[in-house]
Design a protein around this ligand. Structure first.
Ligand SMILES: Cc1cc2nc3c(=O)[nH]c(=O)nc-3n(C[C@H](O)[C@H](O)[C@H](O)COP(=O)(O)OP(=O)(O)OC[C@H]3O[C@@H](n4cnc5c(N)ncnc54)[C@H](O)[C@@H]3O)c2cc1C
Ligand SMILES: Cc1cc2nc3c(=O)[nH]c(=O)nc-3n(C[C@H](O)[C@H](O)[C@H](O)COP(=O)(O)O)c2cc1C
Length: 760
């Protein structure tokens, strides 16, 4: 087998080493445009799990690498004159040049031909090779030449950064947070040998421009960084090595292989340096690809497919964590005012991979400094106006499609009753429709007849009397998404002919080609609908609900006013955000007027439509400010379901960053929701100050007593078990850890969550 490897970076070299070991008969030619001693960059960080992989893959390189490792366990966060230390992490690093030297020598020793200082020939001239490996880095020419097959996407991010080094040897991974008159500048620093540390300086592009760093030479910039971080550097020098200000580019490719060409390392994918090193990912790719050839022999097509199938989910999960991390640093200005321990906790948990629970294992002292309360964060109460919630868990609204002519029945009593006994602080009803034509399906519950008020009162009384929890009513109108089938008969599918009712919306635009075209609402229609909201709010009050939520999310009537995708009006109820928000705010004002001043009111919004040109997170922050000014106490931050063309980026806690941003920028409490699966996630979100409450929907279908069980697993005495169940209150059911791990894994996998499975 003849193999051409384009690029002699860590990925290309390590692959060559492993292939020569597995298949000593294969011929390998590596093209590397740089000279062997020409490496750029400073240190490379590895985690413990990665090292095990490398130890097994090639013990010879591993032992040389491990010999040169600098190891440390602490992360220090320097912020506003304080140093906050968190221990127990475990890192290893070495110099990038040293790593490349080890890999180069080993590859040559095993008989790979490495052509240094040699530009790779174009692909057309590599026809002799049975396999071409594109290991040519983030700007890969191999990828560009075959971009029709690989379908790359290059996402240029908002920060500028520069790789630098210093001859000060740090004893920990260090974050230095400097505040300038033009914004925050942060340094990520770690030791990598007995003489040097990496020192990456990063800031938002906006800050970089205002500071005029773009107009300075590299040496002037380095001098500026040395002055800014003078205290951190303790008189030592900052050093450049082919350094320049760059924007991180997240590279993704729809495919990593085509014919006999395969991408590996940075050419296939990049992950922001703040969660570890691209070097580690590239070398793990190399192991996977080489191992695939060990299994499939000369069948390159199967080997490449197996490599991609194995690596893609791992890489995508890493890229999701990296995305959360890089976005955190892009928005760091929002967090610098946090109290020092909360800021440090927030920073450490930014990628969602480090959590409250694992920090507690790594460094319990740090966690008790962050959260001195003996109760886990999720079990601290929250006051909203006159209502005190006993904990931070909310049973998220879930339509049961089981009402008859809007009337909630025994199913609702048992369903909501079971969840009211389950320990959550707040149980929300499904969307209660404000009129019969405001229902989504014929099975949706309502509050538009006196009998509805009585039926809801029965449920509320049960929740209060037996559950001891608060219960909230979510009221809404389906708008252009109405007159559809029950969830299990086809979500968003119109009813059979003859059973449909006519729809109302801001504009005469159907939700999808198969849905009915609604009628654009007149002012008179708005008066009628607003009156129906008020009447439903009054009904909720009569029924005894503790909290009222107005549904302005998921493409239903009020949401469709807010989104420019569904609101094309040219009167004062369309156009700018202020115009599009006018009717929803009128409804909010009217409901607030009848809803008592000592009871809280929340609004659920879709923080983004997930489509270009749609409602976006900036709009959501602006809207949240308006909602707050109109008497909303807490924003329940969901997303999407406004257009079937949406492309959401699903993943674990994927909507929480929106709740976080709204909370910190609009200064209003928020509810985070969406793929929050574990109590650890809830504790982390609350403790980091990303949201005030966490709503969980599907986990409560799986386990009505989710909160009681979370308390038992944390050995917290929750005081919410009803007397009747006390005998079973102490012991977590067997196998719960496994089930929890399964749920977490499920929520971590993009493909398993699709908005079509999320009604309401
Ligand atoms: C400026 C900069 C500094 C960095 N510093 C560090 C650091 O200190 N620590 C760290 O962990 N990571 C660092 N990184 C990230 C790191 O380089 C990558 O994530 C990692 O090396 C990926 O390995 P790779 O083998 O996929 O690609 P690369 O390391 O990028 O290797 C690709 C190789 O291909 C060669 N090449 C490209 N095109 C051709 C061609 N047409 N012909 C011949 N040769 C070609 C390049 O010269 C390069 O050596 C840095 C990245 C940049 C951009
Ligand atoms: C069966 C079901 C019904 C739903 N009905 C509603 C609803 O009536 N109102 C609403 O705002 N959201 C509704 N949703 C969305 C959930 O409240 C929640 O936002 C979503 O499921 C994401 O949370 P999860 O990942 O914890 O399930 C529903 C979700 C499910 C699974």
């Amino acid at each position: 087998m003849r193999i051409a490897v384009v690029g002699g970076g860590p990925g290309g070299l390590y692959f060559s080493i492993l292939m020569r070991k597995i298949r000593p008969d294969c011929e390998i030619t590596v093209y590397e445009r740089r000279k062997p001693t020409d490496a750029f960059g400073f240190g490379v960080v590895f985690s413990d799990e990665t090292l095990t992989v490398f130890e097994h893959a090639d013990p010879e390189t591993y032992s040389q690498i491990a010999e040169r490792f600098t190891r440390w366990t602490d992360i220090d966060i320097h912020h506003r004159g304080f140093m906050t230390k968190s221990g127990g992490h475990g890192f290893s690093a070495l110099g990038r040049r040293e790593l490349l030297r080890i890999l180069q020598e080993r590859a040559l020793g095993l008989g790979a031909e490495v052509r240094f200082g040699c530009e790779a020939p174009p692909l057309a001239e590599l026809g002799w090779a049975d396999l071409v490996v594109g290991a040519d880095g983030a700007s890969s020419a191999v990828r560009t030449a075959l971009s029709r097959d690989f379908v790359p996407s290059l996402d240029r991010r908002q920060c500028r950064y520069m790789w630098l080094g210093t001859d000060l040897v740090f004893d920990a991974f260090k974050f230095f947070i400097a505040e300038t008159e033009h914004g925050v500048v942060q340094a990520h620093a770690y030791p990598y040998d007995e003489a040097m540390s990496t020192f990456i300086v990063e800031m938002h592009e906006r800050t970089w421009k205002r500071l005029g760093l773009g107009e300075q030479s590299v040496s002037e910039s380095v001098a500026w960084c040395s002055r800014l971080f003078a205290d951190a550097l303790e008189g030592h020098r900052l050093l450049a090595n082919k350094s320049r200000w760059i924007n991180f580019v997240t590279v993704r490719n729809r495919r990593w292989c085509t014919d006999n060409v395969v991408l590996l390392g940075d050419a296939a994918h990049t992950a922001h340096f703040s969660i570890g090193s691209g070097t580690k990912l590239a070398m793990e790719d190399a192991v996977s690809l080489a191992w695939a050839f060990r299994s499939f022999g000369d069948d390159a097509v199967s080997a490449m497919a197996a490599y991609e199938a194995e690596r893609r989910p791992i890489v995508e999960s890493t890229q999701r964590a990296a995305q959360a991390s890089l976005e955190w640093f892009e928005g760091i200005g929002r967090y610098v005012d946090q109290e020092r321990f909360q800021f440090a906790f927030n920073l450490l948990t930014r990628s969602r991979r480090v959590t409250y629970e694992n920090l507690q294992l790594r460094d319990p002292g740090f966690v008790s400094a962050v959260h001195p309360d003996p109760r886990p964060p999720m079990f601290t109460p929250l006051r909203l106006r006159g209502l005190e919630l006993r904990n931070r868990v909310v049973v998220s609204p879930m339509d049961m499609y089981s009402a008859v002519d809007g009337l909630p029945g025994d199913f609702h009593l048992v369903h909501l009753g079971a969840r009211a006994l389950g320990g959550a602080g707040l149980v929300m009803t499904e969307m209660i429709c404000v009129s019969d034509v405001g229902r989504i399906t014929p099975g949706c519950a309502g509050m538009y007849r006196p009998s509805h008020v009585d039926a809801w009162r029965r449920i509320v009384s049960f929740a209060h009397q037996h559950g001891g929890c608060a219960i909230g009513a979510q009221i809404g109108h389906s708008g252009r998404k109405g007159s559809t089938r029950l969830m299990w008969e086809g979500m968003d599918e119109p009813l059979p002919d003859g059973q449909n009712w006519s729809l109302l919306a801001p504009s005469a635009l159907a939700y999808s080609p198969r849905n009915q075209v609604p009628r654009a609402m007149t002012r008179a229609d708005m008066d009628v609908v607003c009156g129906q909201f008020v009447s439903a709010a009054s009904g909720a009050l009569e029924a005894g609900f503790d909290l009222l939520e107005i549904h302005m999310a998921h493409g239903y009537l009020l949401s469709s006013f807010l989104s420019p995708v569904s609101n094309l009006r040219d009167d004062e109820y369309g156009g700018s955000l202020a115009g599009r928000a006018r009717f929803p705010l009128e409804v909010l004002d009217a409901c607030r007027a009848v809803w008592p001043s000592d009871r809280p009111l929340s609004v659920r919004i879709s923080a983004t439509d997930w489509i270009p040109g749609g409602f976006g997170v900036d709009d959501a922050v602006a809207l949240a400010r308006m909602l707050s000014a109109h008497g909303c106490d807490i924003v329940d931050v969901s997303s999407g379901q406004v257009s079937p063309l949406e492309r959401p980026a699903f993943g674990r806690s994927y909507q929480t960053p929106f709740a976080d941003r709204i909370r910190s920028e609009a200064g209003i409490p928020t509810i985070a929701v969406g793929a929050i699966s574990s109590y650890d996630d809830v504790n982390t979100i609350i403790c980091a100050g990303r949201a005030d409450l966490c709503a969980l929907a599907r986990p409560h279908l799986y386990d009505p007593a989710w909160t009681l069980h979370a308390a038992a697993e944390q050995e917290f005495d929750i005081d919410a078990w009803v007397r009747q169940y006390e005998a079973g209150s102490r012991k977590p059911p067997a196998g719960r850890d496994r089930v929890r791990a399964e749920l977490e894994r499920t929520f971590d996998q993009v493909a398993l969550i699709s908005s079509s499975q999320l009604p309401g």
